[in-house]
Design a protein around this ligand. Structure first.
Ligand code: TIU
Length: 220
């Protein structure tokens, strides 16, 4: 059985192709100035560092004909899927739905809501639009994974402790074997990223595994 050297112990891959790469929310809203991330008061520049690593992993999955799923956090133009509580949160100058430098903040189809050009979805990649932080909430993700016979999920993307960790926990509760790529995810808060990695690995892998991109590529 192919194995990835990981924390807190080795992660066994399925032999039937039942592993997918999940790329969470690598959209301009979070990585470029003028989007939702900056509106919340964050320095968005530090997220750029993972882009080449995520590209490399995506290429490796693509070369092996393995499934790649990207997600985008965004809302309908009428904000009918955005709870008032979410819109008020953050107390930034720009709220979800307000016009910003890259179009309406966190609204589907707006320029700021698009995936960064370096990761524009390739033919065959699936894209999930999600109104929440977790990618299972109010989306067809679980049905999609079931249709493709996926049992193992390799997680990348942003931000580590918000949408990535939320989705990983949702997946863990649904029985998926989850691994978070340490250098394929980033946070606006380095200490939160480190804490998330520690939380995932603790208690014998209570939420799953972590490994570096090199370790994933070596075991794939
Ligand atoms: N604010 C923050 O860190 N993240 C989000 O709002 N969404 C995602 O993590 N994608």
């Amino acid at each position: 059985m192919p194995t990835i050297v990981a924390q807190p112990y080795d992660y066994d891959l399925p032999t039937d192709g039942g592993v997918a790469l999940i790329i969470i929310d690598m959209q301009r809203d979070f990585l470029d100035p003028g989007g939702f991330g900056e509106a919340l008061g964050n320095d968005v520049s530090r997220l750029q560092a993972i882009v080449p690593t995520v590209q490399r992993l995506r290429q490796a999955f693509c070369d092996r004909n393995l499934l790649v799923i990207q997600t985008v956090e965004g809302h309908q133009a009428d904000l009918s899927d955005c709870p008032a509580s979410k819109r008020q949160r953050g107390r930034g100058t720009l709220k979800i739905g307000d016009p910003g430098p890259m179009g309406r903040i966190l609204v589907l189809g707006e320029p700021g809501n698009s995936i960064i050009p370096e990761l524009t979805p390739k033919p065959g990649e699936l894209v999930i639009e999600k109104p929440g932080k977790g990618a299972f909430y109010a989306t067809p993700l679980q049905k999609m994974l079931q249709a493709h016979g996926i049992t193992h999920l390799i997680f990348t993307g942003v931000t580590t402790e918000v949408c990535v960790q939320t989705t990983m926990r949702e997946a863990n509760d649904r029985g998926y074997e989850c691994l978070l790529v340490e250098d394929g995810t980033e946070s606006y808060f380095p200490e939160f990223k480190q804490a998330t990695l520690a939380m995932v690995q603790a208690q014998g892998g209570i939420v799953g595994w972590t490994a570096t991109a090199e370790q994933v590529l070596a075991g794939l």
